[in-house]
Write a protein that binds this ligand. Sequence first.
Ligand SMILES: Cc1cc2nc3c(=O)[nH]c(=O)nc-3n(C[C@H](O)[C@H](O)[C@H](O)COP(=O)(O)O)c2cc1C
Length: 364
Amino acid sequence: MTETKTTTRPNIVNLDELEQQAKKQLDQASYDFVAGGAGSELTLRANLEAFQKITIMPRVLTGIKKVDTSIDLLGQRLSMPIYVTPMANHGVVHPLAEVGSAQGAKKAGTLFVAPTGSNKTMEEVATSIKDSPRWFQLYLNKDPEINKQLLRRAEKAGYSAIVLTVDLPVLGMRDRNIRNSLTLPKDLSSPNGLSERFIAATRGLESLTAGIKDDLGWDDYEWTREHTSLPVLIKGVLSPNDAEEAAKRKVPAIIVSNHGGRQLDTGFGAIQALQPIIERVGGKTKVLFDSGIRRGTDVFKALALGAEAVGIGRPVLWGLAIYGADGVAAVLKHLQTELVNVMRLAGVAKVSDVSSEYIETNDW
Ligand SMILES: Cc1cc2nc3c(=O)[nH]c(=O)nc-3n(C[C@H](O)[C@H](O)[C@H](O)COP(=O)(O)O)c2cc1C
């Protein structure tokens, strides 16, 4: 008789297989909430496919033996150029919710970006990771008093930057959630300041955007900057024109992202936006990237195109769903291990040396 061993030690072959494992474990609506994109999910697929159109050109006889993946990002030392991107409602996949993911990021020595739409308060998240690097993602509320409170709380809880997400004037049409009549489980709340009463009343799709300001302009960016001592980054930039405006306004960093294909459908793969933006901003603002990173090779390609660091979304939640905080750490470390392998094979010793010399983009 074969003995079945159950193990709780994360065992990751690759992040696609991890997703399949998580899919078996989660109910359909929860899996779809994380995995899904907007509309026909063309942007979602394009995010992954675009990476395949970039090839890597290795150098040999470099004499390199050791590679170093650590970086400095806005004054903080990270073990790798990889961080946890903000995602609402981690509690849909695991009871530890954002606390589990934040602890996983800490274990891996990297940055956690806590979302406004967190199921744990930003203070609980901060306390659970003490001195570990953390930023707070802000969805501006229609009520400026709520925004002032959120900014004050973030400063007090030791978050060192604000990430203002600007690509959600309305929620993308996410067919899977509509099909599943997605409702948030009763035991999940959104205690950071989205309209709690509204969420309690509906728990449906509308609750995902309850209270979020739906007519953001550059004046809202300036308002946010005036009301905090923290640097305010912008997440969700795709057009070089917007990137240029951000550089003109001395935005410290922008995050090139299409929200993981969850907002506007029939877009291009987010990675395709990177190079034109890097060229346009000419080093005046830092550029980060997320959307579609699943492999160390993807991280390498984004760095080669000019990103300082990359955010990881869904795979973090797959790790959390199956193994809790250790799973999140394992996902991040797995990507780091893959990145080390690519850097060794491409002949690059440190992150700042990864340049466009090592890649070619084909048939965008
Ligand atoms: C379940 C889920 C919830 C998300 N919630 C937010 C959010 O509250 N704020 C935000 O700026 N982005 C949010 N995002 C988008 C991510 O920050 C990121 O842009 C995207 O997941 C990156 O793509 P990837 O999942 O392919 O790595 C969410 C993504 C997912 C999967």
